[in-house]
Each structure stands twice: as C-alpha cells, then as structure tokens.
Design a binder for this molecule. Structure first.
Ligand SMILES: NC(=O)c1ccc[n+]([C@@H]2O[C@H](COP(=O)([O-])OP(=O)(O)OC[C@H]3O[C@@H](n4cnc5c(N)ncnc54)[C@H](O)[C@@H]3O)[C@@H](O)[C@H]2O)c1
Length: 412
C-alpha cells in the first residue's frame, strides 16, 4: 500500500481494493483503529463475523461507548472510506490485513491459540503471497512465530508483523494518536511495511522483535493488574485493622510523588487485565508469583465483601441492590465484570439481588436505578460511574469501596 495515495477519491474503491482490511474490525479494538486510519484518508474494509455490529456501524452508530468515534464514523461514511464485509473471501488483497479478534483463555486458564489459527486459515486462500498480515490481538508469547511457521507449512509466503494494541478501552480514538505504537515484524520488509502504516496514525514507533512485543504487551497489562491488586490488598489489610484505607491513601499520596500512581481500591477485571495476567502465568508454568497473587486478591475482593456483609448484616432477610455492572466506570461493557461475580456470590445468601447500570444495554435483568434504590435494604457501589456520585440513595446503607460517594450513608 502506498500511504501517499491516501487522498485519492474513495469512490472508485471497493471492499476488495480498500487500502487495508481489519478482521474483527467491528470490535472494541477494531473500531477505533479503523476510524483512525479512515481519518487519515485510508479506505478500510471492516471484516467481522458480527453482522449486527456491522449493520450498526453502517447506519452511523458506534456499537459501544468509544469517545470521539461518532464524529469520525460520520465523516468516514460520508467520505465513503468504509466497507463492511463478513466473509474471509471478501477481504482486500491490496494492502495489509490486520487481525484484532478476541484471544481468550480456556476453562483451565490456558490461552486458546487455536482461535488465531481458526481466523487466519480461512483468510489464506484470499490473500496474495507477499501481502502483509498484522496480528494486533494480544498473543501468548511465541504465537507470531508459530502462525508464520503454520502458514509456511502450507506453502504460503506472507509478510507477518505483530503490532499489539495498548489502548484503554473506550479511549482508543484519543490514545491511538497520542501513544507510541509497538511494531515488530518477522522480516525487515514486514517490519518496515507495518511501520509505514502505523506511522500514519501514531506519533512515535517502538521497534521490537515479535517475541519482545508479545511480552511487552502482556507485561504492560500484568503490571497494571498488579498495581490494582496491591491497593486492593492494602485496602483489605487496613479494613482488618479497623481503619479507613481511603484516608490513609490520601495521606500517602499527598504531595508525595512516589505514591502518585497508586490507584484507588475497587473491582479490577474486564476483558484484558486478568486474562493477560493468566497468559503470562501459563507461559511461566504457573511460576509468576506476583501475577498469581494479584489474581487471588482482585478476584477475591467481592468474596471478602460478601463474607464481611454476612458477618455484619442478616443478609438472608435483605434485598441487596448492585449499582453498576460494567467492568469499569463510564463503560457499557459487562465482559468479565466482577459485579457479576459479586451478584452470584450474594445470590447464595441474600433474599434477593437487584442490579442496575445506566450504560450496559445487553443485560435484560437490569432495573432502573430508582427501583433498585427503593426496593433494596442495602446497596453496593460496584462500578463507580460518575452518575452515582450525586445520586439520591434515599439514606439507604451503602457499601462504597471506591470512596466515590460523599453524602451517602456509607456503612462499609
Ligand atoms: N478491549 C480493549 O480495550 C483491548 C485493548 C488492548 C488489546 N485488546 C486485545 O485485543 C483483542 C480484541 O479485543 P476486543 O476487546 O476488541 O474484542 P471484541 O470481542 O470487542 O472484538 C473482537 C471482534 O472480532 C470479531 N471476530 C471474532 N472472530 C472473527 C473472525 N474469525 N473473523 C472476523 N471477525 C471475527 C468479533 O465478532 C468481534 O467483533 C484481544 O486480544 C484483546 O485482548 C483489547
């Protein structure tokens, strides 16, 4: 692909001749990436199995909360820079194919490398030799080399690059233009072509080998996850001593630069941090003591809350209302949210558990906030959405581990 061509009128272009294809392009990583390239004048083939999300995008709506995406989507559609396809046979053969599909861990906490192979295999007959395949999903170390060997065994000769995504979900559009982009290629020409592409959206490139890049991404996420775990562990220790951790944390951080980055305690989960820590754990043959401990602490936090509440309240006679089911504040994404772990744990002990979230749209069991407040005997702030800060909780007792609520009847 010639980046210099990008101001050419998009009208003559088809899905098969778009400047690049993003496979998984309707997902949380795909959408901001697609829109960032389109904003630079590139034509993009959004290839995704999820036809409902493709239809939503085609109609000018973003399927989930992504700041700044609506404006870019409107412009990209008006400029006819986007193409929507759902079959491997419909990808473009002109430029790079970027893969941004999900990379889960299985029920034994092992990475499922097969999902990458299952995605790439059907693409191969529709790619030309010499075409660039950029893996952008978070990968178990060694996967880029492994997929290259797998492709070569079939007598195919693609250029392979690994360029991990490091955005914070919901802020991808904003961050892609500000954050350095890690680029790695299995050959110098793969690396150079991937670098040329990402130079069009990123302010700076960091060149690593694929294996280094795979680790860099996992280390970034595991480090963040451990940061949340340590503050959660401090919280539990302070609580067991009968102290207010929020007050201690404020004291620790006040004008003390080395403590500036300590996060507030709270639920730390979601689709990436815990899963990526597990990938490292699996790579290290379970000898990643800090990662292991972080999972125990973060995943254990809702269980500690339940056991403390069982001690302090007669839960069996109470209806408990959970405020916020998304995995983090101002997000509509409930994937791997600890709010659901808490809900399940409470269901064994409380008379009833009610849930609400103003942003999550795909959980039919959610109720309006007012109803949850009025029907509940005890509330738990699970996700610190801004809207809860000033909500009238009608004096109901509330659990607030985040320290968000100022004028509420906080009992824990
Ligand atoms: N969510 C984030 O903020 C974030 C940040 C950095 C990295 N990552 C990593 O990026 C990857 C994607 O995460 P996500 O949150 O965007 O997932 P997602 O589920 O939101 O999006 C994945 C998309 O891929 C599509 N898809 C799956 N298999 C496909 C196939 N064979 N062909 C075409 N489309 C297919 C799905 O329909 C979905 O739209 C994961 O590896 C994740 O760990 C995510």
């Amino acid at each position: 692909m010639n980046i210099a061509d990008r101001t050419a009128p998009a009208r003559a272009v088809t899905a098969q001749t778009a400047d690049l294809t993003v496979v998984g392009g309707a997902g949380h990583v795909g959408v901001p990436l697609v829109l960032s390239f389109a904003a630079q004048g590139l034509t993009v083939n959004i290839n995704d199995l999820n036809t409902a999300s493709l239809d939503t995008l085609r109609s000018g709506r973003v399927p989930f909360i992504e700041r700044g995406a609506d404006v870019l989507l409107t412009k990209a559609l008006a400029d006819q820079r986007l193409f929507f396809t759902s079959k491997p046979s419909e990808i473009s053969t002109k430029g790079p194919v970027i893969v941004t599909i999900g990379t889960p861990v299985d029920e034994f906490l092992n990475p499922v490398r097969r999902v990458i192979q299952d995605c790439v295999d059907p693409l191969l007959p529709h790619m030309r030799d010499g075409q660039l395949l950029i893996l952008r999903s978070t990968l178990f170390p060694g996967t880029t080399d492994w997929i290259d060997a797998h492709i070569r065994r079939q007598g195919r000769d693609l250029k392979i690059a690994f360029c991990p995504e490091r955005i914070v979900q919901g802020h991808g559009v904003e961050e892609l233009s500000k954050m350095p982009q890690i680029v790695s290629g299995l050959t110098p020409d793969a690396e150079e072509e991937a670098a040329a592409l990402f130079r069009s959206v990123a302010p700076e490139l960091v060149i690593l080998t694929p294996m280094e890049a795979e680790f860099a991404k996992l280390f970034n996420n595991a480090y963040r996850y451990i940061e949340f775990a340590i503050t959660n562990q401090f919280y539990l220790i302070a609580r067991s001593a009968g102290l207010d951790y929020g007050k201690i944390l404020q004291g620790m951080k006040h004008n003390y630069p080395r403590a500036k980055g300590i996060p507030t305690p709270g639920f730390a989960a979601g689709p990436c941090l815990v899963k990526d820590t597990m990938q490292l754990l699996a790579f290290a043959r379970n000898e990643f003591a800090l990662g292991n401990a972080a999972i125990m602490v973060n995943e254990g936090l809702p269980l500690h809350i339940v056991s403390d509440l069982r001690r302090d309240f007669d839960l069996g006679s109470m209806t408990v209302g959970l405020l916020g089911m998304a995995f983090k504040a101002e997000s509509d994404d409930p994937r791997a949210s600890l709010s659901y772990k808490l809900k399940n744990a409470l269901a064994n002990h409380a008379r009833a558990v009610l849930t609400t979230d103003p942003l999550v749209t795909n959980d039919p069991s959610l109720l309006p906030l007012d109803e949850v407040i009025s029907r509940s005997d005890l509330l738990i702030l699970c996700t610190p959405h801004r809207c809860y800060k000033d909500a009238d909780l009608k004096g109901k007792p509330v659990v607030d581990i985040w320290g968000l609520l100022e004028n509420a009847n906080v009992v824990y």
